[in-house]
Design a protein around this ligand. Structure first.
Ligand code: UDP
Ligand code: MG
Length: 152
């Protein structure tokens, strides 16, 4: 398992509007992950149909589209050991009411259609999503000064 696995984490429009950007960034930062990309952006239908390619035929998809286009999204990329799987652990379950307290969705959301945050569900999808939301030159590589205090 490499220490530079990358995952795509997005604060959805409800999370941005509710002022939860700092809290969500803090959780990933405090865990020990390295921020390698960040931007506030608006999603369009073309991008979302690729991002949620496996969900386009679901009955909730039209509502998901308008939710995700209802305001700015904070797109981020985080790097670290097992970042994809552990990122999902930090998020909690898709349905916030099935998420344990202590997770982001468990602590800050109540409905599946307003679950404030997205996280890649596999390394393969993380690579796909990062390439979809970010240009290569928008991702920054650097060695954090804390590295030796997080990795042995
Ligand atoms: N979603 C929804 N209703 C559902 C299932 C999903 O509105 O019954 C929304 C929800 O915002 C979720 C997103 O669609 O986060 C993507 O669904 P997925 O199953 O990929 O969940 P996630 O990976 O976000 O946990
Ligand atoms: Mg998903």
């Amino acid at each position: 398992m490499s220490n530079n696995e990358r995952t795509f984490i997005a604060v959805k429009p409800d999370g941005v509007q509710r002022g939860l950007i700092p809290e969500i960034l803090t959780r990933f930062q405090n865990k020990g992950y390295k921020l390698v990309g960040i931007k506030l952006t608006l999603a369009n239908e073309t991008l979302l149909k690729q991002h949620y390619a496996d969900l386009t035929s679901k009955p909730f998809f039209p509502k998901l589209l308008s939710y995700m286009m209802s305001g700015p999204i904070l797109a981020t990329v985080w790097e670290g050991k097992d970042a994809v799987k552990q990122g999902r652990v930090l998020l909690g379950a898709t349905n916030p009411n099935a998420s344990a307290p202590g997770t982001i969705r468990g602590d800050y959301a109540v409905e599946v259609g307003r679950n404030i945050v997205h996280g890649s569900d596999s390394v393969e999808n993380a690579e796909k999503e990062i390439a979809l939301w970010f240009k290569k030159e928008e991702l920054v590589d650097y060695k954090p000064t804390m590295y030796g205090w997080i990795y042995e």
